[in-house]
Design a protein around this ligand. Structure first.
Ligand SMILES: [Zn+2]
Length: 254
């Protein structure tokens, strides 16, 4: 007869063997999604809502459609980015904010609207509620005006001069492209979607934003991304210490 301790081990081993490796999350009425061990639902990482007290509205001149609401911390860089884009003739058009902060409740409304398709299909183009960078207030979608035949939030945007300008310049304003082509997260390539992490870790608010996106940045780096600040430490070679040699005392001359 096995000892109680070994029975306990065997029971635990069996429990682990049959334990589900994934959990389920309720996304829409009567529809749930499998949550991967790293917390992702249909490829998207989980995010919470931004506190209302930290949200501000972008001047309407810079947005199309709904008012663009973002975290107050990203506003100075976002305004500087718009101003730089406007002053650069290579942009050939005007960058605008298309969609900014969306609460989890609103995301649920967007995601759960299309009952005819499966949640997995919808998740290719819309993040499930609770799994969108937009809820944090640090992410936004850009649009180009005039659209010149390329609909908003379509891959054709990547070929526009404005999108090329974003790739070359957005990181210096602290923005990085969350979902580059072929990302290992298996989220659709979104050249219009950028998140703010601050141009340097010491920029006001950057530490908080970097904390929010820490897992995403570690597991699925943005491209182009805001590079981590490299602090060069010059290491001085050790100063050789002269060995102490016993000097024989001089003999007194006579
Ligand atoms: Zn987006």
């Amino acid at each position: 007869m096995p000892e109680p301790a070994s029975m306990l081990h065997r029971t635990l081993a069996l429990a682990l063997l049959f334990a589900p490796t994934i959990a389920d999350a309720q996304l829409c009425e009567g529809q749930s999604a499998a949550i991967a061990p790293d917390g992702r639902a249909f490829g998207h990482l989980p995010y919470g809502d931004a506190p209302e007290s930290e949200l501000v509205t972008l001047p309407s001149y810079y947005s199309v459609g709904n008012p663009c609401v973002v975290r107050a911390d990203i506003l100075p860089d976002l305004l500087r980015l718009f101003a730089a884009a406007q002053g650069d003739p290579s942009v050939m058009g005007q960058l605008r904010a298309l969609s900014c902060q969306r609460s989890i409740a609103r995301q649920r409304g967007v995601f759960c609207r299309g009952e005819t398709s499966s949640p997995a299909d919808r998740a290719i183009s819309v993040a499930p509620p609770g799994y969108s960078e937009h809820s944090t207030g640090y992410a936004l979608d850009f649009a180009v005006r005039p659209a010149n035949g390329c609909p908003d939030a379509e891959a054709c945007m990547a070929a526009t001069p404005a999108a090329r300008w974003l790739r070359a310049n957005a990181p210096r304003f602290g923005f990085e492209q969350s979902f580059p082509g072929g990302n290992k997260q298996h989220v659709k390539w979104e050249p219009w979607h950028w998140r703010w992490v601050g141009a340097s870790g010491s920029a006001p608010g950057a530490a908080k934003a970097r904390f929010v996106f820490a897992r995403a940045r570690r597991l699925y780096p943005a491209d182009p991304g805001v590079l981590p600040l490299v602090v060069k430490v010059t290491v001085q070679p050790p100063v050789p210490v002269a060995p102490v040699v016993a000097v024989p005392s001089k003999k007194k001359r006579r």
